[in-house]
Design a protein around this ligand. Structure first.
Ligand code: THU
Length: 129
């Protein structure tokens, strides 16, 4: 049985409180369902040297790969902004490395709005070697 979208959203929503975003105050959390059925969570982690910031999606993918899983099947991205936010360009490339057609679920914890899409729609022609 595969984890449903609502469950994946709620795992990310629970992690929002761990987001470290003292500079932008934009809190983001991502949860990734791997092909092994496990869920990996990440949050954005900012830094006083702004460019070192890591997004929630890449944090979560790093957790997944560190656990030995290499296929993200579904990714939920949750923010406290009014509208759901899509993964940035760097995160799209980072996800595409492991699954160019991953399902992407975007959700706002403040308004409850949800948008469902796929990485292949957001990022149709990834750079691959
Ligand atoms: N951010 C993410 O975590 N994921 C994205 O895909 C877009 C942006 C974070 C990075 C930074 O901490 C804050 O949102 C504002 O850019």
């Amino acid at each position: 049985m595969t984890l449903n979208d609502e469950a994946l959203i709620s795992i990310a929503a629970n992690a929002l409180k761990n987001s470290y975003a003292p500079y932008s105050r934009i809190h983001v959390a991502a949860s990734v369902l791997g092909s092994n059925g496990k869920v990996y969570t990440g949050v954005n982690v900012e830094n006083a040297s702004y460019g070192l910031t890591i997004c929630a999606e890449r944090s979560a993918i790093v957790q997944m790969v560190s656990d030995g899983e290499r296929k993200p099947v579904k990714i939920a991205v949750v923010t406290d902004l009014e509208n759901p936010i899509p993964p940035c360009g760097a995160c799209r490339q980072f996800i595409a490395e492991f699954n160019p057609d991953a399902e992407i679920i975007l959700h706002s914890a403040s308004s409850g709005k949800t948008v469902k899409t796929r990485l292949s729609e957001l990022f149709p022609n990834p750079f691959k070697l």
